[in-house]
Design a binder for this molecule. Sequence first.
Ligand SMILES: [Zn+2]
Length: 113
Amino acid sequence: MLRCVFNTTHLIKAQEFQSHLLSCESRPDFDRFVIADALPAELSAADQIDIIQCKEDWDAEPVVESYKPESHITNKLIMRRLTGGSASVRREFRESERKRFQNITEVNQDESM
Ligand SMILES: [Zn+2]
């Protein structure tokens, strides 16, 4: 018994060895290993990719503009607090917040009538 040079799991009788080397099914794998840069004879069905045409571009700018927290909160009843600044600046800010709340509640009352 001789061992096939293309696949060590093939054990062949000595008189059939030459014909096995010519017809061994592991020969293409061996050739692909030796000549790694060679292209395969033809692509299998699994290797052929279907390219789907699409107009959507994920790199394009979004339709909606980015979130601006300052302009978002201006019309909401959310109390803001100024950190830092002098006592007079903080007092002024609290006063402006109070006026903002008053304006929003007045607008809401007008809309509910
Ligand atoms: Zn073989």
